[in-house]
Design a protein around this ligand. Structure first.
Ligand code: GTP
Ligand code: MG
Length: 341
């Protein structure tokens, strides 16, 4: 009898082990599935998808059918099927609030150099999110970008900043000044900033997508991606009312690529944006950000910068998912972005 019980327990025990093993295998199978394993996707289509940047299942799962049609020339029905299969082979359903909270714990906050500015954002620019600064010329947007590119390197020894420069305003000399101001090794700081000049809006969009290569192929620990300016090329290239829809569609796509990558790789995105005069406004500040609703809705945090008294600057948080509106004063000097005394 006793012998039988032991035997039975053993059997149950090994059943449990077996079940666990099966579950683990299934999970690994799901993770390891590549584009080549998708049913109904021939080798040629898979190659095509890979060649235009859909290198893993996640990138397909979050794409829209028209994205796939445009970039590969496949039929819409096949595109829909490929996306559906990619989605079902990944766990993409709901997450519990608890899981989300655990994910939020991974958020790092990057520092501007001004404590007041950082607290306005709950302690600094969040990773996994897009922070937009908009304001008139000389309001400090580019200076903040430079300061962040330097300061973000303090969060990890191998942290890297990516600077997509559309207006030719990135200055390595300025980085050296700021690194000195922060007491950091200037040479190392410069080495850890990857700069690319974007010559037009298409090039800018492509560079944003290429950030993933820096992470996956070169193994860089990207903590910050700066796009300065986000909207200048779009504004210059799409002139007149008739082209507005096209411009917004492209900007939307660009912002979504940035947002997706920020989320997937837990880096912070900092974008700058100009303002335009709004002559039909009689009260309040007669300026508004370029890019309209698209940029406004895709940015997680939005900050309006304006010039204050005696060379100071004022940052106003105008949109945030979890923080109250507020203002902070700061100024820019040779050593960086500083608090007003
Ligand atoms: P646009 O790109 O023209 O729309 O402006 P922006 O908002 O990017 O302005 P930017 O960040 O270039 O700010 C320029 C201001 O920062 C200058 O007017 C200076 O007040 C200040 N500034 C820029 N560089 C330095 C510097 O090296 N030393 C000091 N002390 N101040 C600087
Ligand atoms: Mg600028």
């Amino acid at each position: 009898m006793e012998q039988e019980l032991i035997q039975e327990n053993k059997k149950n025990g090994s059943k449990e082990v077996e079940q666990k093993r099966k579950r683990r295998e299934l999970k690994m199978e799901k993770q390891e599935k590549s584009i080549h394993d998708l049913p109904g996707v021939g080798a040629a289509t898979a190659e095509k998808l890979m060649s235009v940047g859909y290198s893993d299942l996640m990138s397909i799962a979050v794409a829209s059918p028209s994205d796939l049609v445009d970039s590969t020339g496949m039929g819409i029905a096949l595109a829909k099927k490929v996306i559906a299969v990619a989605r079902s082979s990944l766990d993409m359903g709901f997450e519990s609030g608890e899981e989300l909270l655990r994910r939020r714990e991974k958020v790092i906050r990057l520092k501007t150099g001004s404590k007041a500015f950082d607290s306005l954002l709950g302690g600094g620019l969040e990773t996994g999110a897009i922070t937009e600064c908009f304001g008139e010329f000389g309001s400090g947007k580019t200076q903040i970008g430079h300061a962040l590119a330097v300061n973000c390197q303090t969060v990890d020894k191998d942290a890297v900043a990516v600077y997509i420069d559309t207006e030719n305003t990135f200055r390595p000399e300025r980085i050296i000044q700021l690194a000195k101001g922060a007491g950091m090794d200037e040479e190392q700081v410069l080495k850890s900033i990857k700069v690319a000049r974007a010559y037009n809006s298409d090039h800018q969009m492509l560079l944003a997508e290429k950030v993933e290569d820096l992470i996956k192929k070169q193994g860089l620990n990207v903590k910050l991606v700066i796009v300065d300016s986000l909207t200048a090329h779009f504004r210059a290239e799409f002139i007149g009312r008739g082209t507005l829809a096209d411009r917004q569609q492209k900007l939307n796509k660009h912002m979504h690529v940035l947002s997706k990558l920020a989320d997937r790789h837990n880096f912070s995105v900092y974008v700058t944006n100009q303002v335009m005069a709004k002559p039909d406004m009689f009260f309040g500040d007669p300026t508004q950000a370029i890019g309209g609703h698209i940029v406004a809705h895709t940015s997680t945090f939005r900050i309006y910068l304006r010039k204050g008294k005696k060379g100071t600057r004022v940052a106003k948080l105008v949109d945030s998912p979890n923080l109250p509106e507020g203002e902070a004063g700061f100024y820019v000097d040779e050593s960086g972005v500083k608090d007003v005394e």
